[in-house]
Design a protein around this ligand. Sequence first.
Ligand SMILES: Nc1nc2c(c(=O)[nH]1)N[C@H]1C(S)=C(S)[C@@H](COP(=O)(O)OP(=O)(O)OC[C@H]3O[C@@H](n4cnc5c(=O)[nH]c(N)nc54)[C@H](O)[C@@H]3O)O[C@H]1N2
Ligand SMILES: Nc1nc2c(c(=O)[nH]1)N[C@H]1C(S)=C(S)[C@@H](COP(=O)(O)OP(=O)(O)OC[C@H]3O[C@@H](n4cnc5c(=O)[nH]c(N)nc54)[C@H](O)[C@@H]3O)O[C@H]1N2
Ligand SMILES: [Mo]
Length: 810
Amino acid sequence: MTNHWVDIKNADVILVMGGNAAEAHPCGFKWVTEAKAHNKARLLVVDPRFTRTASVADYYAPIRTGSDIVFLGGVINYLLTNDKIQHEYVRNYTDMPFIVREDFAFEDGLYSGYDAEKRAYADKSSWDYERGDDGYVKVDMTLQHPRCVYNLMKAHYARYTPEMVEKACGTPKEKFLTVCEMLASTASPDRAGTILYALGWTHHSIGSQIIRTGAMVQLLLGNIGIAGGGMNALRGHSNIQGLTDLGLMSNLLPGYMTLPMEGEQDYEAYIDKRAQKPLRPNQLSYWKNYRAFYVSMMKSWWGKAATAENNWGYDYLPKLDKSYDLLQAIELMAQGKMNGYILQGFNPLAAAPNKAKVGAGLAKLKFLVVMDPLATESSEFWRNFGEHNDVDPTKIQTEVFRLPTTCFAEEQGSLTNSSRWLQWHWQGAEPPYEARSDIEIMSGLFLRMRKAYQAEGGKYPDPIVNLDWPYIEPESPLPEELAKEFNGRALADITDPKDPTKILAKKGEQLPSFALLRDDGTTSSGCWIYCGAWTQAGNQMARRDNADPSGLGQTLNWSWAWPVNRRILYNRASAAPDGRPFDARRKLIGWNGSAWSGFDVPDYKVDEPPENGMGPFIMNPEGVARFFSRDGLNEGPFPEHYEPFETPIGHNPLHPNNAQVTSSPVARVFADDRADFGTAAEFPHTATTYRLTEHFHYWTKHARLNAIIQPEQFVEIGEDLAREVGVVAGDRVRVSSKRGHIEAVALVTKRIKPLMIEGKKVQTVGVPIHWGFKGIAKPGYIANTLTPSVGDGNSQTPEFKSFLVKVEKA
Ligand SMILES: Nc1nc2c(c(=O)[nH]1)N[C@H]1C(S)=C(S)[C@@H](COP(=O)(O)OP(=O)(O)OC[C@H]3O[C@@H](n4cnc5c(=O)[nH]c(N)nc54)[C@H](O)[C@@H]3O)O[C@H]1N2
Ligand SMILES: Nc1nc2c(c(=O)[nH]1)N[C@H]1C(S)=C(S)[C@@H](COP(=O)(O)OP(=O)(O)OC[C@H]3O[C@@H](n4cnc5c(=O)[nH]c(N)nc54)[C@H](O)[C@@H]3O)O[C@H]1N2
Ligand SMILES: [Mo]
């Protein structure tokens, strides 16, 4: 989230699109209710299904799965053509006046630089701004230049008309326009609108671009950086925010630093590429501090072994030849190129797409380690469960080791929620039987591996044998020790660069903020954005003072938020260029003549006078927010609609004559998966998968109460489709895709209606995801038997939300 849960109460308009907050985030959803009750907020829901969120909305509009870019591109077009934008904001705080290179082009669905063989934009050099003689980017503040971002963007989205929205999304034109009007009402500086989204946007082959299009809408409306605004990703597992913060994605390092690629053997070049210089005069470009964050992290990992001479251990870091995301891992297994796999709290046989491929891949491993409190489908993938898992164990070579772990309530530690708040929690129960914590198991594995490397050497033992392991009890580091480590400490006295006699932190002290991190090896910090969470004053994550002087829910003494306890990112943008808050009633910060102050930690240099013209988006080298993503996403600088890989209409309504761009030209597809895609001729119905309030993924089917209230797999189909296929409520149906079939109870509902797409009737089938063959709920099929193995071209997230099936009476 750019903002936070409580802040939702400050919104005037709330758009829930690509998520179902009332069911998947029922506690957080109370802030929507607060906004409605106390702020007369209007709630808009755009979803293929009439959900429980929709049931309390002021306005609901249906949409075909996977067509959100057409809808949101249509909103952009509406806002630009009807001049419903926050002018002062857009002109000063975005790249609209920036001039783009002359050789940048977009034609029939493709940007300049595409290489069809590689299925990638091999040459992105034209996706850039034009530079002046002074080296800075050229701008035209009058927005007249034909190649300024404003004019390019206007031309790009002119094709996204209300008629196109109706044709491609199936959303009736009047409904679409009503949503546009309600959103447009927040273009004025005294109105705020927020967008809440989740997996209904991410689970697509174009998911990242859908989210970017939403962010562009918010920028046009001046809704980023203000109370009651923002782009708010409602995250999934209770600590999934913490997972990405700490760099557990295969390409990440902690704090959103990135692992080097194979071609980046040179340390200085690695840093240079990431520590970008400002593109405009007087801008900050905060990532210029990358070196300090990197060096401090390496000191925290390798201690004395990380030195200036060895580039702080740069050679210890793996250099990636490719992304090692989930789809990649399964592909490598399926090809027999993976020996072993560790599942730590992960059940891919149930959770990953195309169960048949996952099962075949697991069967080719030599060993599989499962760290989990429960017996999962994945830990028993090798057993025959009849029609639900029809395998022959004698043909499976994989040796499976199960290491029972504790569950979160059986240990203490911190969880980072969607608001970026790190909240400390305390142990609530003793672990059962021989269960051990994840920390203890991982430490045990590490210490044994280190011993083996120490004894036997091996090809390159240095990264393992040199790892710093300073814990009181090496077999079981304490959560407190780890938390202090990711915060970081001074390894020497840290002085003020402006006044070397002034000591900011004494050697050995916990650091108060990443502003003190140094690139000379005198500081350590395991995760720079978490620096400030455990300071000399103690554990900031355990704070529980909910005093709120702002009345806006800015409880700065409740837990601790990254970065530096800032609650609303980009909050400098809540004030006009001259430093006065755009909306006095919702003041976050303002310029008081000598400093920025107010109800949040300024996302800005505290003593930077407004007249210096520093932009509010200090993490971008532009200093402003980007409509034109020059080095961002792989599909191109402006989001364009591409169809799901299994499309019910078979072509891209925006480019009907170019089959190359029917679906995303850069999505994650492996050659051998192409044969597993079905067509509408064979599989005429569009399916989407989702969760229910009554279950949490695949574990609550092990709990009796949950198993009683949602005992078995069902699928939701509309009355119209039910009539078409001759099914009544309660019948058993067979749902098949190119990958396999499941059987389920039919739930016939008014909540899903057929949509007319380019004159063709498209039926949506809803498939909840929660069942399988382990646990005490009724044994059943795994929903992911049906889903295709294809992913987003940036995040590689699978396309779980839009694929083709056929529904028949069983
Ligand atoms: N009770 C419960 N709560 C949970 C979870 C759980 O298992 N159980 N899981 C947690 C996790 S890990 C996550 S990631 C979150 C997920 O949170 P959500 O994303 O809110 O949950 P989903 O149910 O996957 O899907 C959301 C909605 O997207 C809609 N949708 C599908 N396709 C599209 C589309 O193309 N466009 C639009 N606009 N909408 C579409 C679906 O109809 C559905 O209503 O929930 C978390 N909360
Ligand atoms: N078709 C389809 N597929 C989907 C989705 C969808 O919407 N549609 N949603 C996707 C999403 S968003 C998600 S997040 C995934 C979820 O997929 P998973 O993360 O694989 O599912 P969970 O059942 O939440 O479980 C993980 C396991 O963690 C274990 N566990 C709990 N606490 C601990 C602990 O402290 N330590 C350890 N080691 N283990 C623990 C649980 O017992 C459980 O078996 O599914 C994805 N798959
Ligand atoms: Mo999730």
